[in-house]
Design a protein around this ligand. Sequence first.
Ligand SMILES: O=C(O)[C@@H](CO)OP(=O)(O)O
Length: 249
Amino acid sequence: MYKVVLVRHGESVWNQENRFTGWTDVDLTEKGVHEAIKAGEVLKSLPYEIDIAFTSVLKRAIKTLDYILAENDLLWVPVRKSWKLNERHYGALQGLNKQETAEKYGEEQVKLWRRSYDVPPLPITAEDERYPKNDRRYGLLTEQEIPLGESLKDTIARVVPYWEAEIVPHIKAGEHVLVVAHGNSLRALMKVLENISDEDIVDLNIPTAVPILYELDDDLKPLHRRFLGDQERVQEKIDVVANPSKIME
Ligand SMILES: O=C(O)[C@@H](CO)OP(=O)(O)O
């Protein structure tokens, strides 16, 4: 049996402001930092000493990973960063307030944009200042790889090949792997891992900075998945992600 731990980053400034974020490189809030440290404490209590970690090229995930590693005195472990673990690119929605967008386009449309399997957001153009090629960290991506706005399906198409090629070999070698990524890049991975249907994926919401422990069989099919920590608190956090206008202290 194999194991792997996945973690979504702690609360970001734009989570707090209820804005579509995607590839925008916003920082953690103070609460997000505390959440990340707490996730580190939760992992410390497990018999799971991290050997290698994977994250995106966005600072909210990188910093969450650093706080987790620091809490475990494991800042020395190898860390691989890839844009393929980035949040889903939210296209022209990036920067907009989710509540105001729902008032403009309707709750149903916003739910489709946020949670459906194959509905992409409104796209940006190559002239848009949010076009990823304008950012040096994406300079080596081909035109085809550069997203203008991704559906969950598009996100799966880059996350899952990266998982298979770069992460799975470490799990199969018996290493303890930690992946710190984003709400929708993790939904993409979990959909495929657990074979969640296109209809059911709409209801999967990933709480901030809650370690998700998978036990996997020899073919890496999940035997068991658990959100670690106080279960009532985990559920409250899931509700906030599902309905982000709800305030939680
Ligand atoms: O804005 C985003 O990039 C994501 C994650 O914060 O939001 P949502 O939960 O609406 O997909």
